[in-house]
Write a protein that binds this ligand. Structure first.
Ligand SMILES: Nc1ncnc2c1ncn2[C@@H]1O[C@H](COP(=O)(O)OP(=O)(O)O)[C@@H](O)[C@H]1O
Ligand SMILES: [Mg+2]
Length: 453
């Protein structure tokens, strides 16, 4: 505790006391400013001397907000993060390439521009001068994030983390080569010829993915050599960015796969219970907690997650993905932000992945995370493109709750639908993971989208 109580001890003067919440490197600081009519000022704060802080002169004494956040990407994960951040008194500017995106519906301000447009991104950061720049999606001009981090802005968790995880080859190099984590066999390829050589190295079946893509786009599992050409074409046609490059990965016949939500905060590293999930077309369909794992496998996963997030640095939550076989845990990839399979934590835990992200970013305490019990999530998908549609069945879905099972539905408020677009998620608890999954699926099925165009 740094204190300068001398002016108070002088006494005799009517001092005014202002409570300030000031964003500093690595979080927010609570401070008290004592102001005396004679012009003397004194401060009590934890940590650094905040009298040089740019917001020190906010003598209205009422902090309008704890920190200003520029959210890059405004989908459903962004929306839940905004809700958590708003609860801690933040001011949030939500950005995305289209208006009325989910997070914009709950934010203080919104900006519509493409985050791949370097100039537009620079302008938005300059205009708002946020305390924290929080990416919600992968497709961002990450060089711009680096530029602003170099100027002293805080990028969550770090500009390097955003840049490495946007490129499958960069994060793979870090994990497999630099950190020595167990991954599937792999090779990179920039031509059909190299794809064939890559597949000879990994063996068949193999999985082919553009180095820049997400949600399964351009990704295929190849079972015979004859399918390699089509897989290469699909990958090239669906890749993001200007690098015509794919990763050819050994197909892992895993028993199950998990997301290990890993929190990196001022206080160190902590974890949520592993989340099991089921993917289709590279998109998650259902997720659940807990996932029973042997102590050894869980310890291996935690050790790998710790290595990688410590290397990436910064504060926030990370969704670290692993494939689990009978006796081995294999690192797959990670998101340096809340993970879609982690939507289940909206019901399952005392603090959701969004609350935890907000706390870690703001430098607030991370208490032990408690899992209430078996819980599952099931996605609610649209099946076609439409601009006019309506959603029914919320009452019917919520009626599935009973004495020993909670049911919740989150509707994201996306303004348009397209095939397989995630429009909401159903959440349910139960006496077992199986019962929770079943109930979440039933609830999701009761939500009906009616298309008018
Ligand atoms: N090498 C692999 N072996 C087996 N399944 C895989 C492999 N790579 C990806 N998958 C499956 O595809 C899903 C999506 O792949 P992932 O690499 O996580 O891409 P994305 O960035 O689109 O999430 C995984 O969760 C897993 O179910
Ligand atoms: Mg993934």
């Amino acid at each position: 505790m740094k204190a300068d109580p001398w002016p108070i001890l002088k006494g005799g003067e009517e001092q005014s006391v202002f409570r300030l919440i000031l964003p500093v490197k690595g979080g927010i600081e609570l401070a008290w400013r004592f102001h005396f009519p004679s012009g003397t000022d004194s401060a009590i704060s934890l940590g650094e001397d905040i009298r040089r802080h740019p917001r020190w002169n906010n003598t209205k004494g009422i902090p309008v907000f704890t920190a200003k956040i520029l959210l890059l990407g405004s989908g459903e994960l962004g929306k839940e993060f905004v809700i958590s951040a708003k609860r801690y008194g933040c001011h949030v500017v939500a950005c995305d390439s289209y208006a009325n995106a989910p997070a914009m519906q709950v934010s203080d301000e919104a900006e519509v521009f493409s985050m791949l447009d370097a100039d537009a991104l620079r302008q938005a950061i300059e205009k708002h001068r946020p305390d924290f720049i929080v990416p919600e999606i992968e497709a961002i001009r990450t060089e711009v994030l680096q530029e602003f981090e170099d100027k002293g802005f805080t990028v969550v968790p770090s500009a390097r983390a955003a840049s490495l995880t946007m490129n499958r080859d960069r994060i793979r190099e870090l994990a497999a080569t630099e950190l020595g984590l167990r991954t599937s066999k792999y090779r990179y390829a920039e031509s059909l010829e190299e794809v064939r050589t890559g597949a000879a190295h990994t063996g068949l079946p193999c999985v082919i993915k553009p180095v820049m893509s997400s949600s399964g786009k351009g990704q295929s599992t190849v079972r015979t050599a004859a399918q390699l050409e089509q897989a290469w074409k699909d990958a090239v046609a669906n890749m993001r960015g200007d690098r015509k490059k794919v990763i050819v990965e050994e197909f892992v016949a895993f028993e199950y796969e998990i997301t290990l939500l890993t929190i990196r905060s001022r206080e160190g590293i902590s974890f949520c219970e592993p989340i099991g999930h089921r993917q289709e077309r590279g998109d998650y369909q259902e997720s659940w907690q807990p996932t029973p794992m042997t102590e050894k496998l869980l310890a291996d996963a935690k050790a790998m997650a710790t290595k990688v997030v410590d290397n990436l640095g910064g504060y926030g939550i990370f969704g670290v993905e692993f494939f689990v076989t009978r006796d081995e845990v294999i690192f797959s990839e990670l998101s340096p932000r809340p993970h879609d399979t982690g939507l289940v934590t909206l019901l399952s835990q005392n603090l959701s992945e969004f609350d935890l992200h907000a706390r870690a970013v703001l430098g607030l305490p991370i208490p032990p995370v408690r899992l209430h019990g078996p819980t599952a999530s099931a996605v609610i998908l649209a099946d076609r493109e439409a601009e006019r549609f309506s959603i029914q069945g919320l009452r019917e879905a919520l009626e599935l709750a009973s004495e020993n099972a909670d049911v919740e539905v989150r509707l994201f408020g996306k303004p348009t639908t397209r095939k397989h677009r995630r429009m909401g998620v159903a959440l349910a608890s139960g006496n077992s993971v199986e019962k929770a999954r079943e109930r979440a699926r039933q609830a999701a099925e009761r939500i009906e989208i009616t298309y008018e165009s």
